[in-house]
Design a protein around this ligand. Sequence first.
Ligand SMILES: [Zn+2]
Length: 115
Amino acid sequence: MNDWLINRMRSLQADPARSTGGAMMNARTVARCIEALPHRLGDTHLPDRPAWTCQTCPDGPPWPCSPARTRLAEAYGPDRSGLATYVNALLFAAAGDLPRAPAVELHERFISWTK
Ligand SMILES: [Zn+2]
């Protein structure tokens, strides 16, 4: 662990209110990731929110559909952790839109394919 991270953790422990700022930044990050989707996917196979189904595929399967996964994987190339981080932000948004969806199911749908 580097010094920056240790100091960051200590400051959060010393002042829990700061973690609220971190959560707000996280919400902004999620918003930015969603805004980036049309560019990343070439304006096709976008999720129809709040259901998170594909707008393009016949019968609107759960998003990310197979073509969306392929396009996202191509966008990130060998950077699998970058891809996982990106879809994790989208998972965060989907979990908010689909509060009844089991966490295991959302993880399988959004994250498992990135490995
Ligand atoms: Zn699709």
